[in-house]
Design a protein around this ligand. Structure first.
Ligand SMILES: O=C[C@H](O)[C@@H](O)CC(=O)C(=O)O
Ligand SMILES: [Zn+2]
Length: 278
């Protein structure tokens, strides 16, 4: 298991970042490495983001000095979304079958978490987001059928999409983690425009369901100082509370968004008026 550390950047410093610096601090280029658990520890809301890509055998979520407790989930909770082929997640010996697109909320206090693929020729790709937790809730699997579904956007604006709220107070209890998936319809390319910020919560996006030669231009930065990251399939973006997080693709795509912070109120967003964007 590997864990990379990302420090916090002040927005006044980010104004001067080159494309390479912006990528080094905010983009996670590689999430899925066959046979490995690969994590990034971000100091924005202490979000841990990564991938577990089991091939032949089971791989384990280990703790680390950075986590500061004997087991990874002693003082944390975990969201898992399967972006690959069918797989299994074992939580303290209990087996959870995760089909493609299924999510699992794993409770604080779970000692042993293992990941397995059902077919090594089509390995599972478990996308992981973990936040600190103060209380134990139930470990629960959430398929898209159990998610809270919001259809929005319109063809004229190129943003017809469905938001599936998966780890959300009305679906599954958690200490602070809120997570879901947004699928764009073919012909729609925009997400989250008009843009918003929410200084109460940090957010992380992972874009997937993309072809090798398509890209998402992901917009970040303070509303009056926007910048972009050019993002390929299965890459993630760390979005501090002061930053907008919106993207336009060269084709349609799907993304998982996840948040941690002061509240779990999805609708608590500060919308950015169009004439405020720079
Ligand atoms: O705070 C909420 C997040 O930014 C996303 O849920 C937005 C999103 O999925 C979309 O507009 O498509
Ligand atoms: Zn947001």
């Amino acid at each position: 298991m590997t864990i990379a550390i990302r420090q916090v950047c002040h927005p006044e410093a980010v104004r001067h970042f080159s494309a390479a610096e912006l990528r080094r601090h905010f983009l996670i280029e590689t999430l899925f490495v066959p046979g490995e658990v690969k994590l990034t520890y971000s100091h924005i809301d202490r979000l841990v983001v990564g991938g577990a890509t089991p091939t032949t055998g089971a791989i384990r979520l280990e703790s680390h000095r950075q986590i500061g407790s004997p087991n990874f989930l002693d003082r944390r909770e975990l969201g898992v979304v399967n972006l690959g082929g069918a797989g299994r997640v074992q939580t303290d010996g209990e087996s959870h079958h995760l089909d493609p697109r299924d999510a699992l909320y794993v409770a604080m206090g779970t000692r042993d978490v293992r990941f397995e693929s059902l077919d090594e020729s089509s390995p599972a790709k478990f996308y992981l987001v973990s936040t600190p937790a103060h209380a134990r809730f139930e470990t629960v699997k959430i398929g898209l059928d159990r998610a809270r579904r919001i259809d929005l956007g319109d063809a004229a604006n190129g943003n017809v999409r469905t938001i599936f709220q998966m780890i959300h107070p009305e679906v599954c209890r958690s200490a602070q983690l809120v997570l879901g998936m947004t699928q764009l319809k073919p012909g729609s390319m925009w997400n989250t425009m008009p843009a918003h910020v929410h200084d109460r919560r940090s957010e992380v996006y992972v874009y997937f369901d993309m072809q090798p030669d398509t890209r998402v231009f992901h917009f970040m930065g303070e509303p009056d100082e926007t910048k972009h990251l050019v993002v390929a399939n299965e890459q993630a973006i760390l979005s501090p509370g002061w930053s907008i997080h919106s993207g336009v693709g060269t084709s349609n795509y799907t993304f998982v968004w996840a948040m941690g912070g002061d509240n779990q109120d999805f609708t608590d967003m500060d919308m950015v008026p169009m004439d405020a964007l720079r």
